[in-house]
Design a protein. Sequence first.
Length: 133
Amino acid sequence: MDEDGNTYERLGQDINKANERMVEFLISSTKIVDNLEESKLIIDEIMSSKATVSVDCEGVNLGDRRSGKVTLVQVGVVEGLQAKAYLFDVQVEPKLAKELERLLESEDILKVRWAYAICQSLSSIDYANLSYF
């Protein structure tokens, strides 16, 4: 503690500033994608960069193959010190699934997949209602 007793207060302020900078970074490096044309451009860019991508899926009842539904596919890309996250909203635009299939099935792109049993491949999606894949 310093002479005026404000060490903990200053530490708390420093932590708050660091948290604010982290939130700003996350917001500035994250893009929500719900437009087919935009998704094509983004996926073309990722594929031409040959960057390693991380993939995760969110949805409803993903553990149930019959009633599970993928609603969001997260794709992360890190190149050097630049990180980007893309949130593909396949619930709003189901045709995004076909574009994502092109990326996820590419043998030229190394993929790190979370919940692999749930998010194996977009090739088994029922495109009519985006069932569990």
